[in-house]
Design a protein around this ligand. Structure first.
Ligand SMILES: C[S@@+](CC[C@H](N)C(=O)[O-])C[C@H]1O[C@@H](n2cnc3c(N)ncnc32)[C@H](O)[C@@H]1O
Length: 511
């Protein structure tokens, strides 16, 4: 695997980007680029107190070290960590329960003892200490990590390593800038078992950010990360990963990257006021009918693409604040969500990221509703609306997250499910004929096949991995159903031909 990475990628460096990855040769979409284990895994910042072995909710303390929280099923945790806490006789028994945010930074420090090479890899990572110094996040880490640790004699030195406030801040910075999310395993019933964790992957984290990624990251329940090309990557191109969310507006993405990753993104999407034509950040023009106002950051101004009308900053702020407030506080209720979508689609582009957020919530609620009914009794309106929403979201994802995409895969799966259910219903009520049913089912089959092609990279222990399994069974069933409908359609066609001939013959007879 080591060799694979080295034949595919080069690590390069520049003043602007720091270290980054470049494709050494053409990489095909879907090709595995690297598989990597984390050098450190730990709970998220502000996570609930969880088992140091599996990160499920903790219910007791390790019998050996008498300090580490464990769940009812785990009896041990990392040996170096357990020994360290066991030997830390002056450390209060509740220290980790009282200062759970210190767990991951302590694990980073313990690498110095357990694996010096990994410790060096960790310390080579970007921490942005200079940009963080004195900021709110610096003070938060000072309060919840640096002070509790340095107050305890046990943490002031680990072997020859002198632990200082600066070193701890650097580790906190490294964790904030470089960690990847690790979602827990699903149990056999498909319920998520562990709390969210974060992991440090030294090679994967070298990837540069771009709001349009060309890679896909899949992490399995054992924390192994696999990096795939999500589009074809020509030799010489950088490998990109999207550090932020695809469906965030430019303002939200830029804020997240500036505040959390300490750089300003200048990718094609960020530099295009229309966001590649999706208008995910645009407002409706207050003067002309179909116009959309976009933000030109160089000037800076909000201006209508069609009529040139400019929007006052105060107006934009007011509209956005109201929408943000309404959408974030809207109950997960179909009627309320429809109301909020209707209201804010009058001032924002109906594809604005805030409206899309409400639409995604609505699609989720419609999905739950469809699942709670017997198939034949799901309200038709709900199926129709779900299909419409899936189409809308897919159209945007195809542009912003091209190639193999987890979000597109999920949306395609939902789209296929709504299309099959609605078409069956339309057929049962006589709204569509067999041929149209067949055509729609074939379209659903294409969507489902494409969804599987995108989700197949997800490990079986993850929610998407479970969805892939389900989708594969449904594809088999759908194909069987298509065959039946096809046979019906052929029978009907033959029937029509016979009747047609008979009519012709009768006609001739009459003549
Ligand atoms: C996860 S690290 C990537 C590896 C890092 N370049 C290094 O040398 O260790 C994230 C940091 O890389 C830099 N970076 C990543 N993408 C960038 C981009 N598109 N523009 C500018 N800087 C970027 C920023 O400093 C960011 O905080």
């Amino acid at each position: 695997m080591e060799n694979r990475f080295e034949t595919i990628c080069d690590i390069q460096q520049s003043d602007q980007l720091g270290r980054f990855l470049v494709a050494k040769r053409d990489i095909k979409a879907g090709e595995l680029i690297l598989a990597e284990d984390p050098i450190v895994v730990g709970p998220y910042w502000d996570a609930d107190i969880s088992c140091l072995n599996c990160l499920r909710p903790a219910s007791r303390t390790c019998k050996k070290c008498l300090k580490a929280p464990l769940c009812r099923d785990c009896h041990q945790h990392d040996a170096v960590e357990c020994n360290f806490y066991g030997n830390a006789t002056k450390l209060g028994k509740n220290f980790l329960f009282d200062h759970f945010n210190t767990v991951t930074p302590i694990r980073c420090l313990l690498l110095y003892r357990s694996d010096r090479q990994k410790y060096e890899q960790l310390m080579a990572m970007e921490s942005h200490c200079d940009s963080r110094r004195g900021t709110e996040i610096w003070h938060i880490h000072e309060q919840y990590v640096v002070e509790p640790l340095l107050y305890e004699e046990e943490f002031q030195q680990i072997d020859e390593l002198i632990v200082t406030a600066e070193l701890l801040q650097r580790i906190c910075g490294i964790l904030d800038v470089n960690t990847f999310e690790i979602r827990g395993n699903m149990d056999s019933q498909g319920v998520q078992m562990n709390n969210l964790a974060r992991g440090l992957y030294p090679r994967t984290s070298l990837m540069t950010h771009n709001c349009q990624t060309n890679t896909l990251i899949a992490v399995d329940g054992l924390s192994k990360l696999r990096l795939y090309a999500s589009t074809a990557i020509p030799a010489g191109d950088l490998l990109y990963y999207n550090y932020t969310r695809v469906l965030f507006s430019t303002f939200e993405r830029q804020t997240h990257l500036r505040k959390g990753k300490y750089f300003i993104c200048t990718c094609t999407r960020c530099n295009d006021p229309t966001e590649l034509g999706t208008n995910l950040s645009s407002l409706k023009c207050t003067k002309c009918v179909d116009g959309l106002c976009v933000f030109y950051h160089q000037t800076p101004k909000w201006e209508c693409i069609s009529c040139g009308n400019q929007l006052a900053r105060e107006y934009v702020n007011q509209v956005m604040c109201e929408a943000r407030e309404d959408i974030s506080s809207c109950a997960l209720d179909i009627r309320d969500l429809e109301k909020v979508i209707g209201k804010h689609s009058k001032t924002l582009n109906p594809h604005h990221s805030l409206v899309l957020e409400a639409k995604q919530n609505l699609a989720g609620e419609l999905r739950s509703m469809c699942m709670s009914y017997e198939q034949q009794s799901v309200p038709r309106q709900a199926l129709k609306r779900k299909l419409e929403l899936c189409e809308e979201i897919l159209q945007i994802l195809r542009i912003l997250d091209p190639g193999i995409s987890r979000l597109t895969g999920i949306a395609l799966y939902e789209y296929h499910a709504a299309l099959v259910d609605l078409s069956r219903r339309n057929y049962d009520t006589g709204e569509i004929k067999t041929l149209e049913l067949l055509e729609r089912l074939r379209a659903a089959e294409c969507a489902l096949k494409e969804a599987i092609g995108m989700l197949v990279f997800e490990h079986r222990t993850t929610p998407e991995g479970q969805l892939t399994k389900k989708a594969m069974c449904e594809l088999k069933e759908l194909r069987e159903y298509i065959q039946k409908v096809q046979a019906m359609e052929e029978d009907e066609r033959t029937d029509r031909q016979i009747r047609g001939k008979r009519n012709n013959n009768t006609g001739k007879g009459k003549k």
